[in-house]
Design a protein around this ligand. Structure first.
Ligand code: SAH
Length: 233
C-alpha cells in the first residue's frame, strides 16, 4: 500500500496551473519562501549541495534552492504540479533542478544516503502516514546531513487560524485545503524524527500578521512551524 491520499493529489493538480501566480491560492507559499530559504541556508549552506525537496509541488522552494547553486531533485506524486515545475524551470533557465514523480519511500529504497539536505515543507499534513515520510527522508540523507520539515500544529489556535482564519475569513487558501485531524504537534514530529535517527535541532514558528499581511519567523510555533534535524554519524 502506498502512503498517499489521491484526493489530496487531485486538489493540488486542479490548481497547478496557478502555482506560480503570486496572487493565487499559492500566495502564502510565495510569501513564506524567502523566509524558509534564508533559514535553511543559515543552517545548511546550499551552494554545491545535493538537495532533495519532498512534496515539491510546482517547485517554489526547489527552484529557489537551485538558484542558490544547489543540485536539486524535487519529487511529488501529483503529475500536474510537476509539469508546471519543469516548465517554470525551463523558462527561467534554471538547469540544476530535476523533477521526478516518485514517493519518498520508493526513492529511499533506490537511493539511500544520497542527499546532504532534504526539505519537506507543508506536505506531511496531506499524507496518511507522515511518520513513514519522515523515515524515508532520514534514509535518503547522508550521515551528518540536514532535514527540514514544516507543517501545521494541532491545537484550538491552529484550528482557528490555520483553517477558519486562513480558509474562511481571510480566504488565503481554498476551503478544504487542510484537514485538522492531520495536523501534527511538534512533539509528535520530534518523536518520529528521533525514531528515524534524526537529532532535532532548531524549531521556528511561522507567524502571520493579518493587519500588515506579512509573515515572519518567530518563537510562536502554535500554528505553522519549521523543524531542523540532523542525521547522526
Ligand atoms: N512543498 C511545496 C508544496 C507544498 S503543497 C512548498 O512548500 O512550496 C503540498 C504538496 O505535497 C503538493 O504538491 C502535493 O501534491 C504533495 N503531496 C501530497 N501527498 C504526497 C505524497 N504522498 N507524496 C508526495 N507528495 C505529496
Amino acid at each position: 500500500m502506498s502512503n498517499v491520499d489521491a484526493r489530496e493529489l487531485a486538489k493540488f493538480s486542479e490548481l497547478a496551473h496557478r502555482w506560480w501566480d503570486p496572487n493565487s491560492e499559492f500566495r502564502p507559499l510565495h510569501e513564506i519562501n524567502p523566509l524558509r530559504l534564508e533559514w535553511i541556508e543559515s543552517i545548511a549552506p546550499l551552494a554545491g549541495r545535493e538537495v532533495l525537496d519532498v512534496g515539491c509541488g510546482g517547485g517554489i522552494l526547489a527552484e529557489a534552492m537551485a538558484r542558490r547553486a544547489a543540485r536539486v531533485t524535487g519529487i511529488d506524486l501529483a503529475a500536474k504540479p510537476l509539469g508546471v515545475a519543469r516548465l517554470h524551470a525551463l523558462e527561467a533557465e534554471v538547469h540544476n533542478v530535476d523533477y521526478r514523480e516518485i514517493s519518498a519511500e520508493a526513492l529511499a529504497e533506490d537511493q539511500p544516503a544520497s542527499f546532504e539536505v532534504v526539505t519537506c515543507m507543508e506536505m506531511l499534513e496531506h499524507v496518511p502516514e507522515p511518520a513513514s515520510v519522515v523515515r524515508a527522508c532520514a534514509t535518503l540523507l547522508r550521515p551528518g546531513g540536514h532535514a527540514f520539515f514544516s507543517t501545521l500544529n494541532r491545537n484550538p489556535k491552529s484550528w482557528l487560524f490555520g483553517i477558519v482564519g486562513a480558509e474562511y475569513v481571510l480566504r488565503l487558501l481554498p476551503r478544504g485545503t487542510h484537514d485538522y485531524a492531520r495536523f501534527i504537534r511538534p512533539s509528535e514530529l520530534a518523536h518520529w524524527c528521533r525514531a528515524a535517527g534524526l537529532a532535532v535541532g532548531a524549531t521556528r514558528g511561522l507567524e502571520y500578521d493579518p493587519l500588515s499581511r506579512r509573515y515572519a519567523l518567530g518563537d510562536d510555533t502554535s500554528v505553522n512551524y519549521l523543524v531542523a534535524c540532523r542525521k547522526g554519524g
